[in-house]
Design a protein around this ligand. Structure first.
Ligand code: ADP
Length: 344
């Protein structure tokens, strides 16, 4: 290890936390050693026979015995001190290793959370920057144009407004993600009818479906799950919205549900562009968009819908899965625990 690496390590959070742990361990160990030494010293001191105890055997022997005891006690004191020093050195080494291990364990989740947070902020800033730059440029170009007609100005305002509406959608989605992260969504659990959720989500995507002449077939049975209706509707709306975005005009989307092992699986099946196997593991990541999605006209998005749907599902102790084949279509399924049956 180079000197620079050693200095960087000593300055690191782990080293500082490990040093605090070690200080506590050594403080306790030294205090107990000191107390032990003092008690032993006192007890040993009591062993010296008082002067004159062996005078019957003559003054020399009396002095000899006392000298012998004093020597033994002095030796015992030295041994005790030596052993306590060795013991403390041992505690220092073991305690150092243990402190480092504990500091790593304490900091790892915090570091991961901080990394995720930084990545999120960087990605979000990047996503916000691009449309903002486009807005700025179009405004600047329009304002510098000599003899800008009212018609041209209105066209610029219209396109800017569309961009602003998209930006608002993005900030709303970011807020939804951030609040979900921090408060576990503040969910209000209750028995929710999947049919009600399906109806509400379908209402929300109706304009988008009508614009593309897409029909949504609702085949959801009368089943209730345990969850927050508003959040579950949001998750299903995201899946339906994607199915519409990534399907050709006049397509049909199927919405169905099955129950198994105390869970209900709510599926959205489309026959759209599908997802390549290499993209499948990443589509639930924040800001991830597969290339065909980017190039597909009318499929605007920022790549956060599915991460919100996943977050909502996981906060409901459920999971979201996908099966897809490029060119054939995709099926997204949200599995949720069934609501407990009402007691009669
Ligand atoms: P967005 O749709 O805004 O890009 P999402 O997080 O909802 O973001 O989806 C992430 C990516 O997953 C999309 O960009 C797209 O590549 C892919 N995807 C999601 N749903 C579908 C679908 N039904 N059909 C094909 N691809 C999809």
């Amino acid at each position: 290890m180079k000197l620079r690496q050693v200095t960087a390590f000593l300055r690191s959070r782990t080293a500082r936390l490990a040093a605090s742990y070690l200080t506590i361990i050594m403080g306790l160990s030294l205090t107990f050693s000191y107390i032990l030494y003092k008690i032993s010293e006192y007890e040993l001191g009591r062993e010296i026979p008082p002067s004159g105890l062996f005078r019957l055997y003559g003054p020399d022997l009396d002095y000899g015995y006392r000298y012998f005891f004093e020597r033994r006690i002095e030796e015992a004191r030295g041994h005790l001190l030596g052993r306590l020093i060795i013991l403390n050195l041992f505690v220092l080494v073991i305690g150092g290793a243990l402190s480092y291990y504990l500091a790593r364990r304490t900091l790892r989740p915090i570091e991961h959370a901080m990394e995720a947070q930084n990545r999120f902020v960087a990605d979000a800033s990047h996503e916000l920057r691009t449309p903002l730059t486009a807005l700025l440029t179009s405004n600047e170009v329009a304002s510098r144009k000599p003899g800008l007609t009212l018609k041209q100005a209105k066209a610029v305002i219209k396109s800017n407004t569309e961009e602003i509406v998209k930006l608002k959608g993005l900030t709303d989605a970011l807020l939804s993600l951030a609040s979900g992260d921090s408060v576990g969504l503040g969910l209000r659990f209750q028995a929710v009818s999947l049919q009600d959720i399906a109806k509400e989500a379908m209402n929300r995507v109706l304009p988008a479906a009508q614009a593309k002449n897409i029909s949504v077939q609702d085949d959801v049975p009368d089943v209730s799950v345990n969850g927050d209706p508003a959040k579950l509707t949001q998750a299903l709306t995201i899946l339906l919205d994607n199915a519409i975005k990534y399907s050709p005009d006049k397509a049909t989307i199927n919405l169905s549900a099955k129950t198994k092992d105390g869970h209900a699986g709510l599926s959205v099946k489309d026959s759209g562009i599908g997802i390549a196997a290499k993209d499948l593991p990443r589509i639930f990541d924040r800001f991830y968009r597969a290339d065909p999605a980017r190039s597909k006209p009318g499929a605007d998005g920022y790549g956060i819908g599915l991460s919100i749907a996943k977050q909502i599902t996981e906060h409901h102790h459920g999971r979201i899965t996908v099966s897809s084949a490029p060119g054939k279509g995709s099926t997204f399924t949200i599995q949720l625990p069934l609501a407990p049956k009402p007691k009669r």
